[in-house]
Design a binder for this molecule. Structure first.
Ligand code: ZN
Length: 502
């Protein structure tokens, strides 16, 4: 490698080490850390975050970047070297635009807001959270102004999670969903009247865990380079390409919760484990965007894990593990049960069809807040009205309404759309994988995932952050982001499942 690029890389590597160390502490906080350590841990995380930030925005970084930029002139766009320079330059521009005081104040305010949000949610009392949210909104507007944007203030915030994506683009794909999805979801739910109480009897926790782990192995999760633990909210975090951690939660009395959260996080982890080893200890060793990341988790969780083909192979082993629960339940009935469609109030418990409705209503509200058309004080009422409009349901209280998600307490405005974008992208990618892999359905029906994983490794995983989400999508799926394929998938799957044309 050229000298200047190498020097730039060498300068960045310890900064990545600091971030990885912070990730280890963050993972520990959510899994094994005793409650008493909260304040000490917050101080440790803040120190590591500050050190990493200071080293990154130091003048030396800019100087080394300038030298490296000259050296990569004329190199291929997606060479490791040119990509390192291009992507890091963008990161550095963003990092230096934000005043240190604002970063510190956002961290402080959101840590207080999280405590307030937890209490507010426990008491179903929005008024406890309201002043914190007002402050976070104010700070987020300052942040967006500091980062800058061309068209809409939302673009600056969305860009943090989905680089290059704009509010206008999200609106254009959501527009199609808005007109088409709600009637389809309603029609499916109207036909889907069957109840499935067998999913809610008591299932041995260890046995659930073992079954999930066996499938993760079959998917290709490398337990020599990662592990799974338990946490209240499942997540995936990465300390190195060779150390990727997932967590899951297991509900003794609801079988799908643990199983599908394991498969979901496994999808995220396969992405991280599949990033090219050449990119280790560089800013490129990460996912391209949250939307792309979510496309990987949803592809494995839903398009594979909730498909009929998948259960052709795995239902018998599951029945064998739980003969008392499932002995009398045939495979088709189980398949219908894990794909039941029913509008519900809680996003994280919602099914594949109604999930995007939850996202669209949050997107509308965020835009209204940022445009100043909606006051935080009026948010609960606006939430309930949106819930009625999109889901046909009104929450009984704020705990199952406006207070249900953690994101706003983290000042993460602009995050929600990435969930829906991931759903749409997952189908665009999977459709293409089916065209390019011979008999993929048959392979899944035999519990064989090697070809699918190799395809995803080649098209998505290995590139890390070298390409943007839209570049990855265009190169691998041959199309731009679109709601069409996802809507077709929903209609196809549920027409077949219910025997009614949607
Ligand atoms: Zn996810």
């Amino acid at each position: 490698m050229q000298a200047a690029v190498q020097a730039f890389r060498d300068h960045l590597a310890p900064i990545l080490d600091l971030r990885a160390a912070a990730a280890v502490l963050g993972w520990d906080q959510e899994t094994y850390m005793p409650r008493g350590a909260i304040e000490a841990r917050a101080a440790q995380l803040s120190t590591l975050g500050r050190l990493a930030h200071e080293q990154f925005v130091a003048e030396e970084t800019a100087a080394l970047l300038a030298a490296a930029r000259q050296e990569v002139e004329g190199m291929e766009y997606d060479s490791d070297e040119a990509s390192l320079v291009r992507v890091t330059q963008r990161d550095l521009e963003k990092a230096t635009k934000l005043p240190g005081d604002l970063v510190a104040e956002l961290a402080r305010a959101s840590s207080m807001a999280q405590h307030a949000w937890q209490e507010a949610r426990a008491k179903a009392d929005f008024s406890l959270f309201r002043p914190h949210l007002e402050r976070l909104l104010e700070l987020s507007v300052q942040k967006a102004e500091a980062l800058g944007y061309d068209e809409h203030i939302y673009d600056a915030l969305l860009d943090e999670y989905e680089p290059g994506m704009t509010k206008a683009e999200v609106e254009s794909v959501f527009g199609r969903l808005k007109s088409d999805l709600a009637p389809i979801a309603k029609a499916i739910a109207a036909v889907d009247r069957e109840e499935h109480p067998f999913l809610s009897s008591i299932y041995d926790v260890q046995s659930q865990w073992d079954f999930g782990v066996a499938i993760m192995r079959d998917f290709g999760f490398d337990f020599e380079r990662g592990r799974q633990d338990r946490s209240a909210h499942p997540f995936t975090t990465t300390f190195s390409i060779n150390d990727v951690r997932v967590t899951t939660r297991i509900h003794e009395d609801f079988l799908p919760a643990g199983l599908f959260s394991s498969l979901h996080e496994c999808g995220h982890a396969l992405y991280e484990q599949g990033i090219s080893a050449q990119l280790e200890r560089t800013p490129l060793a990460d996912g391209a965007s949250l939307g792309i990341h979510e496309s990987q988790s949803r592809l494995w969780e839903i398009l594979v894990g909730r498909s009929r083909e998948f259960w052709t192979h795995y239902y018998e082993p599951l029945q064998g593990r739980f003969p008392d629960h499932l002995g009398d339940v045939d495979r088709e009935q189980f398949y219908r049960a894990i794909n039941k469609v029913e509008a519900s109030l809680i996003r994280v418990e919602s099914d594949e069809v109604t999930y995007n409705l939850h996202i669209m209503m949050r997107f509308d509200l965020e835009i209204d807040l940022l445009e100043g058309r909606l006051e935080v004080a009026d948010l609960p009422e606006a939430w309930n009205a949106k819930s009625e409009e999109y889901l046909g349901l009104v929450p009984a209280d704020d705990a199952e309404g406006v207070l249900q998600d953690i994101h706003w307490s983290l000042a993460a405005f602009g995050y929600f759309p990435t969930y829906a974008l991931g759903n749409l992208m997952s189908v665009q990618l999977f459709d293409r994988a089916k065209e390019e892999i011979t008999d993929l359905d048959g392979q899944i029906g035999r519990g064989e995932f090697g070809d699918l994983l190799s395809w995803l490794r080649d098209k998505i995983h290995r590139h890390g952050r070298k390409l943007t989400a839209s570049e990855l999508l265009e190169r691998s799926a041959g199309s731009k982001l679109s709601a069409g394929p996802w809507l077709e998938h929903i209609c196809r799957k549920y027409s077949d499942l219910m025997g009614v044309e949607f």
